[in-house]
Write a protein that binds this ligand. Structure first.
Ligand code: 5GP
Length: 219
């Protein structure tokens, strides 16, 4: 008869896979900045690069920020089942490559996906054990609007659409596991880092070798 800890060590169901951290936010909530800070704090986190039919912005690099595809190329991939999830966001199509995601998880790596709420919900459906959904919110709609205008990467019509969509995105909050309000950037980052750290640094999966060594010794 095995004791309880032996069961825990051998029950690979909850310890043998990486996590998928899905970070969603209305445009302008500060997600890109926060994800950049996470990259430095958690260098082992692997970022999923999405495919999109959106045109590249200034400074965006194909294969790094996105894989920029024509609508035809995107639809072909979608029909072949190459996306873990896909969605239409603000009039453009976006999709998360399945193959890359699966490979990272299979090798025990943790992945971060910067995708919208529709994608977040579908990733949770496809990977219920691995997905951790985090919603980043602005402190107010007024602040969101002012950040979008200051950013000046989109024209006024696009900003209007994004503001209009923000409320709908926020109303999907029940699907998420965590919410981080980005009022003060450093505080928001600390909260976000704590969520990720709890699921990585402090997880059984990441500490299994130490646990094995501690329990294998006689005495
Ligand atoms: P942007 O065009 O500003 O880079 O992104 C617009 C929105 O699309 C953001 O909310 C971003 O998170 C989302 N997005 C980016 N990649 C994907 C993806 O692969 N799937 C989904 N569902 N949304 C994505």
């Amino acid at each position: 008869m095995k004791n309880e800890s032996e069961y825990a060590l051998n029950d690979s169901k909850h310890i043998d896979h990486g996590k998928i951290f899905v970070i969603s936010a209305p445009s302008g909530a500060g997600k890109t900045t926060l994800v950049g800070m996470l990259r430095e704090r958690f260098p082992l986190l692997v970022e999923s690069v999405s495919c999109t039919t959106r045109k590249p912005r200034r400074n965006e690099v194909d294969g790094i920020d996105y894989f920029f595809l024509s609508p035809d190329e995107f639809f072909k991939k979608r029909e072949t089942g190459l996306f873990a999830e896909w969605a239409e966001v603000h009039g453009n199509f976006y999709g998360t490559p399945l193959d890359f995601l699966q490979k990272q998880l299979d090798s025990g790596k943790d992945v971060i996906c910067d995708i919208d709420y529709q994608g977040a919900i579908n990733i949770k459906r496809a990977f219920p054990k691995e997905a951790v959904l985090i919603l980043i919110l602005p402190p107010s709609m007024e602040e969101l609007e002012s950040r979008l205008r200051l950013r000046a990467t989109d024209d006024p019509e696009v900003i209007k659409t994004r503001l209009h969509n923000a409320k709908n995105e926020i109303l999907h909050y029940p699907h998420f596991d965590f919410v981080v309000v980005n009022n003060d950037l450093d505080t928001a980052f600390q909260q976000l880092a704590a969520i990720i750290s709890a699921h990585t640094d402090s997880s059984i999966f990441h500490n299994i070798e130490t646990i094995k060594k501690l329990t294998e010794q006689d005495g």
